[in-house]
Design a binder for this molecule. Sequence first.
Ligand SMILES: [Zn+2]
Length: 139
Amino acid sequence: MIKIQDGLQKPLPMPDGDTAVFWNGLREGKLLLQHCLDCQSVHYYQQGICRQCGSQRLEHRAASGRGTVHSYSVVHRAPGRAFKDDTPYAVLLVKLEEGPHMISSLVDGDPEKVDFDMPLQLVCEKLSDEVTLPRFRPA
Ligand SMILES: [Zn+2]
């Protein structure tokens, strides 16, 4: 869930009951993925049952933090005033080592040098006491 405060502030995710474990993990520097104990599939989006087999036997495990660029887009025109100072920046579709894909963005690297299959490393960026965002830097 995203809360839009006003045009000058970036929207922040709002942890709720379903995603509290995930956000707590990020605060401790861990990107938690859900592993199905029945079919072994791995999920990024938090859910109550396995999307593959319907099992409720899901277990959180920390991702390695390694991934690659599956796709990307370099943003030159900010979507709002709050993002004006960030441009250009790269929005990434990251393929995690464990299999799932997730949307994130690049830190500590030149957005113009992002390329397909570029190796990435997770960076947990603390924004507030409640919210730490999973972002990625070149590995
Ligand atoms: Zn399953």
